[in-house]
Design a protein around this ligand. Structure first.
Ligand SMILES: [Zn+2]
Ligand SMILES: [Zn+2]
Length: 365
């Protein structure tokens, strides 16, 4: 967690500012620091973000109330009321630590409020608390046929899993568990600069607060292993391009959910329009002019005979009813699009025949 600037200072308004005043200040500053007006200026971009964040909290009565509550604890850099930085705030309140740092998790329940305001989790590290399970996202491209008809697609993902040797403790068999020398068991270490510092999960014990006398040989003490996990994804029939499937508790360590975004490969023959399938079938000149019966394959590999009438035009579509995609009890149709292919080269005799035909049909050439 980075040092949080005081939102009132960010917007340059008084603590007692009305919602209107806050809005006005926000509009003025947002205009000034808008990325469009400050291209290639990362400082302006940061400021713009900060302004938005401040406005987001202070313009919302409920969020602002909570924020004010936190602010009174001196949680933010340069908060008013304590004569400067949070370091003095800490001393002023007789807090036990000697350094001038401030750990939001010391606030207990308020730390959670902080997270809910800023949409972050585990602010400052929680002394061994497991972080909230997060969703993991992945993408997979599936065959056209599976997307249309449904089926199962296996995917392989490298994901952290609980180490089977130590069960996640990170300790070797028979090792003793000691208080972490780096953080003295707190699970967090402070960092920062100037008058303000915040706590971060201890890198030695990874926030656990304890270290084993001997590390687990399998996971080197991390308690987890990246393993290739094979997961079968059930694809419902008629799934759309870009759809996301949520696989409950299939995330890392079986805790969070796995979100699989589906992409659909193109098919040689078919394309989709809603629940309808469109397949292109080449026909020759004689078939187009004289009519024909052609065999076409449906998506589920059935053969259907299609009658092509005399005088079929290039691109003309013929419906084969009920052979489209079935989804939620509805079924689309299949369309066959006739593409007339012409011979690229004609022999002398063939040219004669075509000329004779053209004469008869009154075609100029
Ligand atoms: Zn292990
Ligand atoms: Zn530690």
């Amino acid at each position: 967690m980075a040092a949080q600037r005081d939102y009132y200072q960010v917007l340059g308004v008084a603590e007692s500012a009305t919602t209107d005043e806050i809005k006005k200040a926000f509009r003025r500053l947002a205009k000034q620091y808008h990325p469009d007006r400050n291209p290639n200026n990362p400082q302006a971009a940061d400021r713009f973000k900060e302004i938005n964040e401040a406005h987001d909290v202070l313009s919302d009565g409920e969020k602002r109330k909570k924020y004010d509550q936190l602010r009174r604890y001196g949680a933010f850099a340069g908060s008013g009321g304590f004569g400067g930085g949070a370091g003095s705030a800490r001393r002023g309140r007789g807090a036990p630590q000697d350094s001038g740092d401030f750990d939001i998790s010391d606030l207990g329940g308020l730390g959670d409020i902080f997270s809910s305001i800023f949409g972050r989790r585990g602010a400052g590290g929680g002394g061994g608390r497991e972080p909230e399970p997060e969703d993991t996202e992945t993408e997979v491209t599936i065959p056209f046929r599976v997307a249309a008809l449904g089926g199962t697609v296996p995917i392989t993902l490298a994901m952290p899993e609980v180490c089977p040797t130590c069960g996640g403790s990170g300790a070797a068999k028979g090792a003793t568990v000691n208080t972490c020398p780096e953080c003295k068991g707190r699970g967090t270490v402070s960092f920062g600069q100037g008058g303000f510092a915040v706590n971060r999960p201890c890198p030695v014990c990874r926030g656990k607060g304890t270290v084993p006398s001997q590390r687990c040989p399998t996971c080197q003490g991390s308690g987890e292993l990246r393993v290739e996990k094979r997961i079968n994804v059930d694809i419902p029939a008629g799934i759309e391009e870009g759809a996301r499937l949520r696989l409950k508790n299939q995330g890392p360590k079986g805790r969070g959910d796995l979100i699989v975004q589906i992409h659909i490969a193109t098919d040689r023959f078919f394309r989709r329009e809603g629940l309808d399938l469109i397949g292109v079938v080449p026909i020759n000149l004689a078939q187009a002019l004289l009519g024909s019966r052609i065999k076409v394959k449906t998506l589920d590999d059935k053969r259907v005979v299609l009658r092509i009438p005399a005088g079929t035009q290039h691109g003309q579509k013929f419906r084969i009813s009920g052979h489209g995609i079935e989804k939620n009890g509805r079924r689309g149709d299949m369309y066959v699009e006739a593409h007339v292919t012409l011979p690229e080269k004609l022999s002398v005799e063939e040219q004669e025949a075509v000329r004779a035909f053209a004469e008869k049909a009154g075609l100029k050439y």
